[in-house]
Design a protein around this ligand. Structure first.
Ligand code: ATP
Ligand code: MG
Length: 274
């Protein structure tokens, strides 16, 4: 796995990199050229010319084409784009739930696009927390049990009860999903993903099924979690107003990157109206 790092010390030396002076460094196949500081670090998430083609019989759909962007550790990255743009495809590839057709994806220096099925399973299990649009809780387990069952999968889980308290569900732990409101169920789903203590939290339209106020509370929870624990979070939405809460905004259009913007001053979710 080590030799799959894009930038090793050797490559840095070969390309004229020198600790004593900052040199112009051809970054990612010469696409970007810039001054790199001596403590060169690669990004936490790297999408490198990712393509995805779905084949159904004779019909091919190019869901992603030449998608390249990066996310730094501890950032909130919001991915926006119209329905069918390729947002879920992108998130599923990053989460190891789908495979790409071309290009590569790196997380924390590791090329996840070259993993075997078995390696992908442990990647999903240990590195990723996933929050689905429609919660996907197990109906015959209580809220707390839903969280515990996920944390038991993890090597380094957080305390399930404590996470339930943090998401504001101290008094709802013993309720079954059907006894909880939509917002409460989504909180359980977030607690379930957080309790695994993942490297990366991926959320596909986490407020899509919620009313305005409840949706806002969920986004505040995600923003607070990111700021407090330094967790890297990717949130998919089709609501452009939410881009204001992000450190980085990736816009996709017809399967390609429309733009990537860095937000120097992300707004607290409380200050955003839509
Ligand atoms: N399993 C699949 N098989 C075939 N085509 C697929 C599959 N999954 C997605 N697609 C197609 O790929 C394209 C991108 O789909 P994707 O679900 O990523 O879009 P999206 O941006 O998440 O849209 P939405 O906002 O509606 O959720 C669409 O044209 C879709 O029909
Ligand atoms: Mg989608």
């Amino acid at each position: 796995m080590e030799n799959e790092r894009i930038f090793t010390q050797t490559t840095l030396k070969k390309s004229g990199y020198n600790r004593a002076k900052i040199v112009k460094y051809n970054y990612r196949d010469g696409k970007e050229k810039g001054q790199r500081p001596p403590e060169f670090k690669m990004s936490f998430v790297i999408f490198d010319k990712v393509g995805k083609i779905y084949k159904t019989g004779d019909v091919e759909v190019q869901a992603l084409r030449n998608v390249s962007f990066e996310i730094e550790k501890g950032e909130i990255c919001v991915v926006v784009g119209q329905s069918g743009a390729g947002k879920t495809t992108l998130l599923n590839i990053l989460g190891g739930m789908d495979t790409l057709t071309s290009g590569r994806v790196l997380l924390d220096g590791k090329d996840i696009s070259s993993l075997s099925e078995k390696q992908l399973a442990s990647y999903r299990r240990f590195s990723i927390g996933f929050v689905f649009q429609f919660y996907n809780l197990i109906p015959n387990l209580t809220a707390l049990e839903n969280v515990e069952i996920a944390s038991q999968l993890s090597k380094n889980p957080l305390d399930s009860r404590q996470v339930m308290e943090e998401v504001g569900l101290k008094d709802r732990m013993d309720n079954f999903p059907a006894q909880l409101s939509g917002g409460e169920q989504q909180r359980v789903a977030i607690a379930r993903a957080l309790a695994k203590n993942p490297k990366l939290l991926l959320c596909d339209e986490p407020t899509g099924a919620l009313d305005y106020e409840t949706g806002k509370a969920i986004l505040k929870l995600l923003q607070d979690t990111c700021r407090k624990s330094g967790m890297t979070i990717v949130i998919i939405t089709h609501n452009s107003a939410l881009t204001a809460m992000a450190d980085r905004v990736v816009r996709i259009k017809n399967g390609t990157i429309d733009s990537v913007a860095i937000n120097e001053n992300p707004e607290p979710i409380e200050d955003i109206e839509w």
